[in-house]
Design a protein around this ligand. Structure first.
Ligand code: FE2
Ligand code: FE2
Length: 399
């Protein structure tokens, strides 16, 4: 007799958002492998649907998976031993995808590259756990090489040096309103934007600012320098697709600056500037050929975290891509290192990487799986308390 999951079992599965997220990743990975193997669309849809329900049936997983796949694929019900190959093969692919995803989910606690995980799967396939063809399909999913990323990076605009100049001005206690007035006044776009910010609800006084000098005084020299830094970077994020990434980058920059100030271990101006650049690797990955960015969008649309989608499609994530951009721009190693390890601060001695990790976390961006170990290690490494972290409020929008 057919064994259907009970309502309690179903609720137990669907009520747990961590399991739902895991199931979405498994479905995404399985569909990518199926695509590479040339499986038809309806089989891909069945895989995704079955993946959504594949947990919560421990011990009975295989027979239930086969039945689920039968249902979703519209095959007549049969007892598992007599089941024809498609359902069984799909179940095997889901099992391998589940293992692959679980390895990725374990990465907050250890480090393994995509190729290493594939090598593990090959060994397991030789021992009969998985189908060798499925493992080879997975190995062929990443469609971008490091060389391709380097080629994209080499075509990025030169580093906006005005951002460094703004950082130097912010650092220098002798910087005057007259100096900033001169810089802002030399660029009509910047002048317009500074006046707009000065007259916004955040700064508006009873008398509207009509001159750049008035605007600089109203905003204040430190904030004016931040606007200058951000203005230098903004053209890189001009397309509407990049708008959310830009908003996220400015938010992380603000939080990073506050964290740096609280910890006293990192220069706040440098934290702000590196915060603006921390996800520059994501910007580079969006410039890869459309065959990849379309898949990337689809994976994000299916609820995968950017870090998972990047590993699946490229074999690496935006952190090494960010390091490539920083090197291309000839920025100091300590900034490149912080960007490279902003999701794995435990792999570096950089306090700036810790600041970026915490800022990323506090921004609420779900780029990666949360890791309590990394959070505590970064917080303690910076000598901060949880109370201090809680006191960091949501920063006002910038520029
Ligand atoms: Fe980020
Ligand atoms: Fe990131």
């Amino acid at each position: 007799m057919r064994t259907q999951p009970t309502r309690v079992e179903t609720r137990a599965v669907y009520d747990d958002s961590a399991i739902q997220a895991h199931c979405r990743r498994v479905g995404a990975a399985a569909v990518e492998v199926a695509r590479v193997l040339g499986w038809k669309d309806e089989r891909q849809r069945a895989l995704r649907a079955a993946a959504r329900s594949h947990h919560g049936f421990a011990g009975r997983m295989k027979p239930l998976l086969w039945r689920l796949l039968e249902q979703f694929w519209g095959v007549a019900a049969q007892a598992p031993p007599a089941l024809d190959l498609p359902g069984r093969e799909m179940a095997k692919l889901l099992e391998m995808s589940c293992f692959f995803v679980e390895r990725w989910e374990f990465l907050p606690y250890e480090t393994a590259r995509f190729e290493q995980v594939v090598e593990e799967l090959r060994t397991m396939a030789r021992d009969g756990f998985f189908e060798g063809a499925h493992v080879e399909g997975l190995a062929r999913v990443p469609g971008a090489s490091v060389e391709e990323v380097r080629a994209v990076v080499s075509e990025l605009p030169v580093f906006p040096s005005a951002a460094l100049r703004a950082m130097q001005l912010a650092r220098d206690p002798k910087t005057s309103a007259a100096q900033l007035e001169q810089i802002v006044g030399s660029d009509p776009v910047l002048a317009g934007e500074t006046l707009r910010v000065a007259n916004s609800a955040l700064y508006a006084s009873t008398t509207p600012c009509r001159s750049i000098r008035q605007a600089v005084v109203a905003i204040g020299i430190p904030e004016c320098c931040r606007i200058l830094s951000a203005a230098a970077f903004r053209p890189l994020f001009q397309s509407p697709l990049m708008r959310p990434l830009w908003n996220h980058s400015t938010e992380v920059a603000r939080i990073a600056e506050s964290l740096a100030r609280q910890s006293g271990k990192v220069e706040p101006e440098e934290a702000f500037l590196t915060g603006l650049m921390h996800d520059i690797g994501r910007l580079a990955l969006w410039k890869l050929p459309s065959r990849l960015t379309a898949r990337y969008s689809a994976l994000l649309g299916h609820g995968c975290e950017p870090m998972f989608a990047e590993v699946l499609l490229c074999g690496f994530d935006h952190c090494p891509a960010g390091r490539e951009v920083m090197r291309h721009w000839g920025l100091p190693d300590r900034l490149a290192e912080a960007v490279e390890f902003h999701h794995q601060p435990e792999r570096s001695d950089s306090d700036l990487a810790r600041v970026l990790y915490l800022a990323e976390h506090l921004s609420g961006a779900q780029e990666d799986l949360p890791s309590m170990a990394r959070f505590c290690q970064s917080r303690d490494g910076l000598g901060l308390t949880s109370e201090q972290l809680c006191s960091i409020s949501s920063p006002p929008p910038l520029y």
